[in-house]
Design a protein around this ligand. Structure first.
Ligand code: SF4
Length: 125
């Protein structure tokens, strides 16, 4: 959830193995990794402040902080929470089209430890 809107939902595997929303990836990138050998060499930090949910920006609420925002689209049209897969929904115009080399963790990132439960999760703001 970001600024009062759900941006991504899915099973644990959907979220941790294949996050499609930039904010989800930023949250996962912010998880501290104690073991230096398992830390990613890449980093990702959000700039800017959380918008006021009572007066959110036009279009995607994350557009003022998203490094992938497309001017004229993301700041105009709010992306709906749309199904990406049977158990996975994402509210991003670029779901599935984000650059692979974003510096944000993906399923192959060994710094992300996972449990085995496949429950549905929604990440907090
Ligand atoms: S819709 Fe645009 S601004 Fe919003 S998260 Fe996706 S790419 Fe970023």
């Amino acid at each position: 959830m970001y600024a009062g809107r759900i941006v991504e939902t899915g099973t644990r595997a959907d979220i941790y193995d294949n996050p499609q929303h930039p904010y989800t990836r930023a949250l996962l990138a912010a998880v501290p990794v104690v073991d230096p050998a398992r830390r990613s060499t890449q980093s990702f930090a959000l700039s800017g402040d959380l918008p006021n949910p009572a007066s959110p920006p036009a279009g995607c609420r994350f557009s003022t902080r998203c490094p992938f925002a497309v001017p004229g689209l993301c700041d105009v049209k709010e992306p709906p929470l749309a199904s990406w897969a049977p158990t996975h929904a994402v509210a991003c115009h670029l779901a599935g089209d984000l650059p692979e080399d974003t510096g944000l963790p993906r399923s192959s990132d060994p710094s992300l430890e996972r449990g085995t439960t496949d429950e549905t999760v929604s990440l907090p703001r």
